[in-house]
Design a protein around this ligand. Sequence first.
Ligand code: AMP
Length: 279
Amino acid sequence: MTVIRKLAALRKQIAIWRSSGETIALLPTMGALHEGHLRLARLATKKCDRAVVSIFVNPAQFAPHEDLARYPRDLKADLALLDDIGIDTVWAPSLAQVYPENFATTIVPAGAALEMETQFRPQFFTGVATICTKLFTQVTPDIAIFGEKDYQQLQVIRQTVRDLDLPLKIIGAPTIRERGGLAMSSRNVYLNAEQRALAPMLYAQIKTIAGKIAAGGRIGPAAANAAKALTKAGFKVDYVEVRDAATLGAVKTRGDRPLRVLAAAWLGKTRLIDNCAVK
Ligand code: AMP
């Protein structure tokens, strides 16, 4: 496995693969890899001839008061995990490679990016859409893989790729969970034992909402009851929403289009997000 840190070297590698007609899959990550990331990485190796994993903790998607400084980083451990599963190349650019002096262009998504995460992290999707567009133009992959764990992010990226005619396919992959249902996340290491025990309740509640709606229950009360239960248990809820699964637009009734339940809530200083389909 090769670790590339300079854009010129990356482009050289990509050109060699392209000249022999090989296809390329990209998995963008911020490192601190867990089994959720590794499942996506294995999928990347299956889908294309070459699999590139990018590791870059992107400052542009963190607000000044957020956890950029303490975000877990362990490049050595990440590389060992990726080597084990047959990743060809890790693209681990420096900050200066990604944001050179006088960097001044951003992608500002609306549509699927409006509301939910954006209400609480206004800078987030601009940072995400900008870094992902850069990664797509750097790596020029045939496909890029994103986890449904960050469902709004997945839909925003799909929208960005569609709106800007970027020549790649976005693949969404299912959320990988701990045994109790908690979605795996690099941020789970922040949780203390008590919070860790409570955390699976977030997924349990969104599943309950999905179940009630699937059984004909009303959307508003189902979401409100879940938010109330989470608050009572000690979560600080940012949002619990039921949305159109494709556009993430508001919905009042079940209708016949696919719906998604999405939620974000704090346990102490740790923010958890999760989502599930209404089946
Ligand atoms: P991150 O490094 O947290 O930005 O995540 C990199 C990619 O891995 C994103 O597409 C995430 O949605 C995805 N991902 C993170 N955690 C999980 C999980 N538990 N299951 C599936 N995908 C995940």
